[in-house]
Design a protein around this ligand. Structure first.
Ligand code: NAD
Length: 461
């Protein structure tokens, strides 16, 4: 920056325009605070809208449609072999889905009077942010909210500079449909995008270093998904690490632990995400970061610097857009002097695979670790009328309850539409409902939502 550049003074500057950042900025504006968002791309939406949740869900919808068409053969409906044309598919995803939502966010910002400045923001101190790039300026603020999010983590020790080695952002661009795709990592992204590419016609080999897919998630919930992946994928290698990846002509050669070397047309690296909190000058404020680079915050999203707040992936796990959105609103309200706190009992998580898996609140394994007595109520979808009509009996609904009061402490669900169904459980946990409340609530018949009621009823018999 040179002397004489623009200097603006605002109540709140938000660094990062993703779900955490724009939710914070919109709420600040609603509460009468003058607010500027600084975003490197000068647009609102962040990784979630442009290279994560939204484009991946658009592609998963297409994958789901292809699977449904295939399943329809079971009951005598044959659409023939699908033909996928990548150009219109990319155009639909980019323009009709992502583009439309991005324009919507820009108009909300305009309507609320939130200015979006393009450039890279770096703290000069606890009062000022320097913006480098196309719109260089200094922003003097009363409060700042760090919402810089996360980025795909590289594969440690195997940094191959080849466009055939993709992270999730590159994979979502759908460069082509590789005949042979290696997916490294059996977590959220590896499974979601692995299923997309498998549905589009790739032979997918998935490598996961732990002894199961989705480590940390209830094994009973993972089982139906693992079975589906075994059908969809060419191979799944558990307890396996990729020890060598190199470009070999027009392919990639990789060593898959004890499974030897194999050739692939492309590789997707999905081994986690890391916080983007380096090089934003946080060390010139009093805000502290932990060893993994996450900004330390309290339940009001306050850092150790009274002027600096932080929300979203930059503050750690779970790295989920809806957590960031809630935190953004909390930070804005606390700055505006309201008694707000991130005190949610349930942060629902969803893996948008086929079948979907969703959970929230206390899990059975957490209860066991904490030696906390719980009652577990289950309902197998094989007994659900709705599941039978959908040809989707591959599901399970599970409630974790306090043994004395019957209060719902946690929930998990696997099956078609689990991502929508988990909302009822999140509400039940947040509002301290009991199994009896769920059992006595009339649920529409025949629906999959009845499975909550059925699970709850099984405990009252
Ligand atoms: P993840 O943590 O979900 O999974 C990474 C997987 O890679 C783990 O199973 C891990 O054991 C494995 N792994 C790590 N190093 C490995 C190696 N060298 N070889 C083989 N396997 C290895 O991470 P992700 O899938 O990259 O997703 C990152 C984050 O993004 C998630 O934690 C989640 O918070 C978020 N996300 C959420 C959604 C959603 O909400 N549906 C979707 C995608 C991503």
């Amino acid at each position: 920056m040179v002397m004489g550049d623009l200097v603006q003074e605002v109540d709140v500057v938000v660094l990062g325009g993703g779900p955490g950042g724009y939710s914070a900025a919109f709420r600040c504006a609603e509460l009468g605070l003058e607010t500027i968002v600084v975003d490197a791309d000068k647009k609102l939406g962040g990784a979630c809208l442009f290279e994560g949740c939204i484009p991946s869900k658009a592609l998963l919808h297409v994958a789901g449609l292809l699977s449904e068409a295939e399943r329809a053969r079971e009951f005598g409906v044959d659409f023939g072999a699908p033909r996928v044309d990548l150009d219109p598919l990319r155009k639909w995803k980019t323009e009709r889905v992502v583009g439309r939502l991005a324009r919507g966010l820009a108009s909300v910002a305009k309507a609320k009077g939130v200015e979006v400045v393009g450039g890279r923001g770096v703290f000069e101190d606890s009062r000022a942010l320097r913006v480098e790039g196309d719109e260089p300026q200094k922003i003097v603020f009363k409060h700042a909210i760090v919402a810089t999010g996360s980025a795909p983590a590289p594969l440690p020790g195997l940094d191959v500079a080849s466009e055939r080695v993709m992270d999730s952002t590159a994979a979502l661009d759908l460069p082509d449909i590789p005949a042979e795709l290696l997916v490294i990592g059996g977590g959220y992204i590896g499974l979601e995008l692995g299923q997309v590419y498998a549905a589009l016609g790739s032979r997918v080999t998935l490598v996961e270093m732990t002894d199961g897919l989705l480590p940390g998630v209830d094994r009973e919930l993972v089982q139906p998904l693992a079975r589906r992946c075994e059908k969809l994928f060419a191979a799944i290698h558990l307890r396996t690490k990729v020890t060598d990846v190199r470009e070999a002509g027009d392919a990639i050669e990789a060593t898959l632990g004890d499974h030897g070397r194999a050739r692939f047309d492309r590789v997707l690296v999905a081994v986690g995400r890391r916080a983007q909190t380096d090089a934003i000058g946080l060390d010139r404020t009093k805000a502290a970061r932990d060893a993994r680079g996450f900004v330390a915050i309290d339940d009001r999203c306050r850092t150790a610097d009274p002027r600096v707040y932080a929300v979203g992936d930059a503050t750690g796990e779970p790295m989920l857009a809806h957590r960031a959105m809630r935190q953004g609103k909390v930070a804005a309200e606390v700055i505006a002097g309201r008694p707000s706190a991130f005190d949610n009992a349930a942060v629902p998580a969803v893996v948008f695979t086929d079948p979907e898996i969703a959970w929230c609140g206390l899990s059975e394994s957490e209860a066991a670790r904490e030696k906390r007595p719980v009652k577990v109520a289950k309902f197998q979808w094989a007994a659900s009328g709705r599941a039978a009509t959908l040809g989707r009996t591959d599901g399970l609904t599970k409630l974790i309850l306090d043994p004395d009061s019957g209060r719902v402490l946690g929930a998990g669900i696997v099956g078609a539409g689990a991502g929508e169904l988990i909302a009822e459980a999140a509400l039940a946990i947040e509002s301290a409902m009991t199994a009896e409340d769920l059992a006595l609530t009339i649920h529409t018949h025949p629906t999959l939502s009845e499975t909550w009621m059925e699970a709850a009823e099984s405990l009252l018999r």
